[in-house]
Structure formats: C-alpha cells, structure tokens
Design a protein around this ligand. Structure first.
Ligand code: ZN
Length: 142
C-alpha cells in the first residue's frame, strides 16, 4: 500500500491508500485538493454487466462499477488508488460516470490526511451491508 510511485496522468492529485476507520483500506489526500477539481479515475477491465453481477455476487468488498446499461468496469486487478475510495453518507467527493470513465471530483476542499469519500448510490450490496461511515444522518445501509 502507501503512495503510488508511478502515478498515471489521470490521477491528478497525490493520494495514499491506508487503513480506514470506515472499512478496510481507504484513500487519503497526500496534498490539498481544491473543491470541484478532478482527483483521479479508476480504470480496469471492461466486462458485460451480467458478468459483473456474477463476479460481485457474495463478495464483501466489490470493486466493480457499472458504467452503462451494458458495460461495467472490474477494478479488482487495477492499481489505481481511487478504487479504495470508501462510501460516506456525508462525502467530500463525488463519483462521475462519463463516457465509460469512472472519475472522482472534490465536492469541497480536502485537506492533507483527510479521507476521500463518495456516496456510492446504488450498489451491488443492495442494502445488505451495514454503513459505518459515522456521518450524522448516516442511512446505515449500502
Ligand atoms: Zn453512512
């Protein structure tokens, strides 16, 4: 884990992957990230949605994002740090799916050492997983 030595050009801000109090590993800012700017992307293996759902079934930690009605990206073999981004019900970043790309943008200024979080919205967990984000107003399920 730790900082990525060879950062791809689509990873705009330095982040590190470290243990998170929310769940497993999380993504933490290694430099200040201004509001609204792109933080980075997740790239991975493009697969049909049906295959994505088969792979996701029964897994605790899912690294698959559906990018269209037919296509999904499986990032489990990816080295992109943003794939470790945790969900929060009060996130400081957002996920944007555009033209098959999985992009992360800051919603507010993110300080060095702060965990980067997004609202996952609909997930493969379908409400079966407890949310431990700790935010006031946490909906409690993923
Ligand atoms: Zn929550």
């Amino acid at each position: 884990m730790g900082q990525l030595a060879d950062r791809p050009p689509y990873q705009k801000y330095a982040v590190r992957v470290a243990r998170s109090r929310i769940d497993g590993y999380g993504v933490f800012a290694d430099e200040p990230i201004p509001p609204r700017l792109k933080i980075g992307e997740i790239r991975g293996e493009t697969i049909p949605v049906a295959e994505a759902r088969r792979r996701a079934a029964g897994q605790q930690r899912i690294m698959i994002v559906e990018v269209s009605a037919r296509t999904a990206v499986d990032a489990s073999q990816s080295r992109d740090p943003m794939r470790f981004t945790n969900h929060s019900c009060a996130p400081n970043a957002r996920l944007q799916i555009r033209d098959g790309r999985i992009e992360f943008y800051a919603l507010k200024a993110i300080a060095v050492g702060e965990e980067v979080t997004v609202d996952y919205g609909e997930t493969h967990h379908e409400g079966r997983l407890a949310c431990r984000c700790g935010a006031p107003g946490c909906v409690g399920r993923l």
